[in-house]
Design a binder for this molecule. Sequence first.
Ligand code: PHE
Length: 511
Amino acid sequence: MTVMLKKQVIDILRVLKEKNRELIASKLAKELKIDYIVLMSAINDLIQYSLANFKEEEIFQVSLNKEGLDYLKNGLPERQLLNILLREKVKEIELSELEKKITLDKQLFFVGISNLKKNRWCAQSKASGTNKIFLITEKFPDTDLELFLKKFENNNSLDYNSLSKKDLIQLDILNRRKLIEKVQKTQRIIFLTKKGKDIKISSIKELKQISKITAEMINSGTWKNYDLKPFDVSKPGPLLKAGKIHPLINLINEIREIFLSMGFTEIRGPIVESAFFNFDALFQPQDHPAREMQDTFYLNNPKVAKLPDKDKVKAVKDTHENGGESKSRGWGYQWDEDIARQTVLRTHTTATTIRRLAEFYENNDKTPVKVFCIDRVFRNEKVDKSHLAEFTQVEGIVIDENVNLCDLIGLLAEFYKKMGFKKIITRPGFFPYTEPSMEVAVFYDKLSEWLEMGGSGIFRPEVTYPWGIKEPTRVLAWGQGLERIAMLYYGRNDIRDLYINPIKWLRNQSY
Ligand code: PHE
């Protein structure tokens, strides 16, 4: 039978013949700079022709543990201590002084001191009243222990059986200093059979490697004369730069899922909003600082907005002036319809949830009404790494009978738990349209910090009464910015990254 082998297998056979002795497979693979698996599969091919074989042997190996590796890099504690003395050019030092200069824990510090003395580099004395150590020699060659430690510089592990008696003594010291790990391994020894030793390389036919197989080859059976190039399934495929959903949209979709799973329905509202719905309907007085030009983008085109029915506008006007039906005293000023008609870019999604409130009575809605809004809002902010002038808010409201602050806290807890935050706290807060109002913070494990998430509260009667939502029906509400959460989720520390689209980062996001 003619021996037919791949080129690589022939090369390995040649090496085995040249070395002409038993070889440790893992070492040979390293020496030939090929994968262990590739080598063993070549040996397998040789076994098919009874040219070679292997046997297994149990071996013990020793390697350094984490602390040992640390000392290999930075020196044993005694060497580190000595280096301080040499660097500072002092011949004696108080123990407490020396301890301050090194970042070893107390126990290791004393191990170091004790070995300084054992190595006869230092002596210790309390004669002067303080506890001092003194250099007692001028030369500090590597100790036997250090020389042995250095053997690990080029080898992750050493064969226990190959260690000399001298080495074993040092190994024992390292072991007692708890710097050693021991592993038991099975090792394969490769050797040639008599046939393998006798065969002439020139008599071996080389199997040609091909990467394609044709119908003809299969029909004629000649495919057997070829070595089929294997697929390396561990190699990464070509990089696909296909379009994918932006991470921010992915996050929005996740939050949308959370609301939907809690029985909420999504609402949307206009971006170009009337001051009426953005502010007045939320009982924000017309001289409220948030309305000022530096916060709100007012529009010239369109310049005026349509207001709802006259009676509704009047109800809001009355509430501002004297509390209307809400039993409040109102703000006590002359409400101006022209100010309410101004057009703005929505500064918060609460403008949209209030529009939903406004429909409640007319729709003859049945409680509970649970809606959410995830949408774009605008504020005249100076853009920097933590501020945008155009961002997204996430907001939810529940209109129901007899709901109270505990219900709201329960909702918040459930919502944020689904967002992946286990701990939440609420603190008193203030918004012109809610009473009581709460700020919500969540515990962020990665930073071990409480992070302010957003606001919440129960809409004031001054907000709900004009729309016919009256005791015992109340409205729970909460809202927050989306981009801050996105920064946490995606580990970005510049909020602008979410919009300028750093391509490298986007490419690494999942589909
Ligand atoms: N609208 C508030 C904001 O923009 C958030 C909020 C929503 C507060 C609902 C209370 C109730 O920050």
